[in-house]
Design a protein around this ligand. Sequence first.
Ligand code: SF4
Length: 472
Amino acid sequence: MCGIVGVLSNKEVINEIYDSLIIIQHRGQDASGIVTYGDRFNIKKGEGLVRNTITEEDFNYLKGHIGIGHVRYPTLGGMGIENAQPFISTTPYGIALAFNGNIINFNSLKEKLEKHDRRIIISTSDAELLLNLLSAEMEKKRKFSPDLLFEAVKGLFDKVKGSYSVVALIKDKGILAFRDPYGIKPLIFGKKDNSYCVVSESVALATLGYKTLRDVQPGEAVFFNTEGKLYSRKISEEKHYPCIFEYVYFARPDSTIDGISVYEARLNLGKNLAKEIRKKSIDIDIVVPVPDTSRPVAISLAEELDVKYREGLMKNRYVGRTFIMAHQSKREELIRIKFSPVKEIMKGKKVLLVDDSIVRGTTSKKIVQLIRDAGAKEVHFASSSPPLKFPCYYGIDMQTKGEFIACKRALAEIREMIGVESLTYQSVEGLMESVSNEKVKNFCSACFTGEYPIPANEEEVCKIEASRGCKS
Ligand code: SF4
C-alpha cells in the first residue's frame, strides 16, 4: 500500500502536493518524495514521514506548475532510500513516475528490459521498472500525442502482471495517470479553477477544495496536458476487482472509493457483524473498538445489539512504524505503550472488543490481556473482516501463509490462543454485502478467499515471498 498524487496547474504546485501527501500519509510512512518541473526537474525524497523528509527549505527549490508525490509502504524490494519514489528517466522527454501496487512478474520483465531494451534497473523498486517500461514504449512511438501515449500505456498493460495505479509527469507535456486492468488500487481525480489533481484517495481532493470529477476506471489512462486539456482512454476491458481491504482497513473513513463511502462500508460491516454475534447469543455489557479503524464498525455493531458503546481503549498516535521497528525485540512492551485501557470503563464488565482483522494474533492477545488487567470480567472478540488466510500479491506486505493465525486452525483453537471467552469473525458474504453497491459487486478478496483475480505462478510466489524475507 502506497499513496500517490499528481498536480498540474497554472500556479506553483508544491504546497498542494505536500498537503496531499500529508492527507494520505496513512498509506505509507517509510519514505516520501516529491518531483516538480519548473525550468528543470527538482526532486526531494527520503526515508520517513513527509514532514521529516520535505523541509521548509525544500519548498524554495521544488518549483514548477507540475509535479508528483509519493508516500511509501514497502512491498517488493524492501526499504531504503534507493527504493524511495518518484523515479526519473531522462529519455524520452524526461519522465518522473510514482506508483502504488505490486508487479508480480518483476524479475522476468527486468531481465527482458535489460536484455532487449538496454535499460538498466538500479533499484529493486517496481516503480523504476514501470518507468523504464513506459519510457521504452514511448520511445518506440518517436512522436508525442495523447493517442500515441495511450498506445504506449497499452504496450505496458500487455506486459505487466500485477496491480498498479500510476502517476507520471512528462516534461513539457503534462500528467499521465492510469490504473491497472482490474483496478485493484484506488485512483481518483478532480479539478479546481485551472488545476487538476489525481490522487489515491478522494479525501485529498475534498480537503484541498477540488471538485471530484471521477475515479480513474480500471484499465483506463487519463492525460492532462500543459494547456489544461483532459484526454482519456479505456485501454482494457477486464472485470473490475478493487481491493476490499481498502474499505476494511487501509483507506481513510472520509474517502469514497469507486463510488463507495469507506465510512458507510464500515457501518455496514458493524451491522453484519452484529448478525454473527446474535447467532451465538453472547451476553455483553459494552462494545469497545480497537482504535482507530474499527470505530465506525463498533458504533453500528453496538447500535444493532442495543449495547453501550465505549471508547475504553486509547491509542498513542505518536507510536509510529519507525518506533516499532526500532524496538522490534520488545513487542510486548510496545503494545502497552501504543494502547492503554480506561480502567473505569472496563472494571467488572463483559467487554466485546472489535478489531478490523486478526493477522498473527500476537497483538490481539496482548490487547486482550491489557483489558483483563484493567479489570474486565469477560473479554469477547469480534473481527470486522473474515479470517485472513492467504498472502496478498498485489502490494500489501501481508505475511506468507504460515504466519496467519487463521491458516489451518479451527476457530476454537484461535479463540484459545488469543485468550477470549468467544471469538466471532465477519462472514465472507457479510463482508461482500457491506461493501458492494449497485455498480461494484466484484472485489479482490483473495487474502480471505484464496481466489486471486491475477494468479501468480509458483516461481513468482517464491520470489515475492523471498523478497519479504519469508521461507514458507
Ligand atoms: S489480496 Fe487482500 S489486501 Fe491484497 S488486494 Fe486483494 S483484498 Fe486487497
